[in-house]
Design a protein around this ligand. Structure first.
Ligand SMILES: Nc1ncnc2c1ncn2[C@@H]1O[C@H](COP(=O)(O)OP(=O)(O)OP(=O)(O)O)[C@@H](O)[C@H]1O
Ligand SMILES: [Mg+2]
Length: 261
């Protein structure tokens, strides 16, 4: 088994002549927590969408676990264990917390609705769903409607539904966005816990979180890799400092809210 779980070569995505991601070479070590950081509009989410095949690259190749997935369909990529955390909107607010995880398990295993109705199957999903809730610290919320969860706990539920897919490598896009500091601490602990035996690629604006979690960091700016290394080295890098200080979302012509899709 190679040390590198994910590798991109010359990864490029063009939107109507605009290069959102250009010539990105990533190399992510198996078992690591790798940070992908950079100012608003740098191309981080686009990279995630390329890696999970929600977007097709304009150019370049993606090798996951020794296999070229450049032309692989998103569902197949997920089956191979490369899974992006779902957005909050993928949580069904009127279902209970437990039901949300059960549904994620059902979808992960591709069971039909008829099959789903059988009692023994239901019990089997229930048991696994409760385990996952335990893993993310949501046991006491199992019966609550997901829509009633406090914000930080919703992100934990999102992680549980991602874990339902048995990821080998998890992609987390801004897991602490909009959280209070208590919630941030809890999610950091949770990410540490769920990263055991897995690889995590983390997009995160909170640099304290990045410093605390990431073994290695790639800095993107304007679609290109600006720097790479551990936190100490990238945070000292003058190009990185300039990119962080010198960019505001307005300068790339896109409202901030539109970027977190
Ligand atoms: N579907 C699209 N069509 C056109 N342009 C797009 C599309 N998706 C993203 N872009 C552009 O690509 C650039 C990179 O966007 P992306 O969302 O990847 O940035 P990001 O690094 O995730 O930013 P943020 O930190 O704000 O989430 C932006 O300028 C954005 O406007
Ligand atoms: Mg983004």
């Amino acid at each position: 088994m190679s040390d590198t779980i994910l590798e991109t070569r010359g990864l490029t995505k063009e939107f109507l002549g605009f290069l959102a991601v250009q010539n990105v070479n990533l190399s992510i070590r198996r078992g690591s927590i790798h940070g992908l950081i950079g100012p608003n509009g740098a191309g981080k989410t686009t990279c995630f969408n390329l890696l999970t095949k929600f977007l097709q690259p304009t150019r370049g190749t993606i090798i996951y676990d020794g296999r070229d997935i450049t032309n692989t369909k998103p569902a197949e990529v997920a089956r191979l264990g490369l899974v992006r955390s779902f957005q909050i909107s993928a949580v069904f607010p009127h279902l209970s917390v437990l039901e949300n995880v059960r549904l994620a398990l059902q979808r992960a295993r591709g069971a039909s609705f008829d099959f789903w109705r059988s009692d023994s199957t239901l019990k089997q999903y229930d048991a696994r769903a409760r385990e996952l809730l335990e893993d993310v610290g949501l046991t006491e919320y199992a019966a609550l409607q997901a829509g009633q969860l406090p914000y930080g706990r919703k992100r934990a539920l999102e992680i549980a539904t991602t874990l339902a897919l048995e990821p080998v490598m998890m992609l987390l896009d801004e897991p602490t966005a909009g959280m209070t500091s208590d919630d941030v601490d809890r999610i950091v602990t949770l990410i540490k816990r769920v990263s055991v035996g897995r690889t995590v690629l983390l997009v995160e604006h909170n640099l304290k979180v990045v410093e605390g979690l990431c073994d290695r960091i790639t800095v993107l700016a304007r679609g290109e890799v600006l720097a790479e290394g551990d936190y100490a080295s990238v945070s000292r890098n003058p190009d990185v400092q300039a990119a962080y200080l010198g960019t505001d979302p307005a300068s790339v012509g896109v409202p901030e809210s539109a970027l977190n899709v």
